[in-house]
Ligand binder design. Structure first.
Ligand SMILES: [Zn+2]
Ligand SMILES: [Zn+2]
Length: 257
């Protein structure tokens, strides 16, 4: 069985856990150590249960807690060379932490968990996102991409569960409080997905196996949960209640496949 939950999702911090037959991995740790430990406990996990941290990219809301957690609990860290270089440049790498380097082309197995990293367009050194599998079911997690690509579409087709970025509502972003350069960055091809683009990605996928669709990384300034939920439900052709949402404060509780 594959099951997954989120500790937090949004620009203040992202962290997701997934478990397959006794193997538990974390995708990103954009939380401080105490917060990560507290939120793991809420999900019934202890830090030593985590068999590896898969890092998507070096931005602080995904990576700020990675090395602190790994150093405190002797956890292996999986990341690309580019992400490592980005973190080293910012002085975030702690010596002695075991790092296993990934790329966007090769799959890796962490005990019972099959990990498929894939490259995405985002303004980081070498960002990847992940599809996780226990061999029977597949979960895709995609946040922090500026636009979809044929490669992304191919990786996300035929999934059993999808956690998909719905960063902003275009009207709210352009009419909102952010400075012009930041609006351009967010909306640009290496920034983030707006609700409409997320819905377009979803509607172009093979959705026949999807049992869970969860909107994630919602902006607290430039989006509303109800807006994201409505467009994803429309793309799925399902009721709005069926669509899940990940929140900054609580992430989301365990879901099983
Ligand atoms: Zn982010
Ligand atoms: Zn980012």
């Amino acid at each position: 069985m594959l099951r997954f939950a989120s500790l937090a999702s949004g620009s203040q911090g992202n962290c997701l856990v997934a478990e397959a037959d006794g193997t538990t991995v974390m995708i990103d740790c954009g939380l401080n150590l105490r917060d990560a430990e507290k939120r793991l406990a809420k999900l019934g996990l202890e830090p030593r249960d985590i068999d590896g941290i898969l890092v998507t990219h070096e931005h602080g809301d995904h990576a700020c807690g990675v090395f602190d957690f790994a150093a405190a609990h002797s956890t292996r860290v999986y990341m690309t060379h580019g992400t490592h270089a980005g973190m080293r440049a910012e002085g975030k790498v702690i010596e002695g932490v075991k790092i296993i380097f990934l790329n966007g082309r090769e799959n890796v197995a962490i005990d019972a968990m099959l990990v498929q990293p894939f490259t995405v367009p985002h303004d980081a050194r070498e960002p990847v996102q992940y599809v996780l599998s226990d061999g029977a079911s597949r979960l895709g997690v995609v946040t922090d991409i500026g636009a979809s690509t044929a490669h992304v579409q191919e990786r996300l087709s035929g999934l059993d569960a999808l956690v998909l970025e719905c960063n902003y509502d275009a009207d709210m972003l352009w009419n909102g409080p952010y400075p012009g350069w930041l609006k351009q960055r967010i909306a640009g091809p290496l920034g983030h997905l707006d609700n409409a683009e997320s819905a377009r990605i979803l509607s172009a996928l093979d959705r026949s196996r999807l049992k869970h669709v969860i909107g994630a990384h919602l902006s607290q300034h430039n989006n509303r949960p109800a807006l994201a939920r409505a467009v994803l439900a429309q793309a799925m052709g399902c009721s709005e209640e069926w669509i899940g949402l990940a929140s900054q404060g609580d992430g989301f509780d365990w879901r099983a496949l």
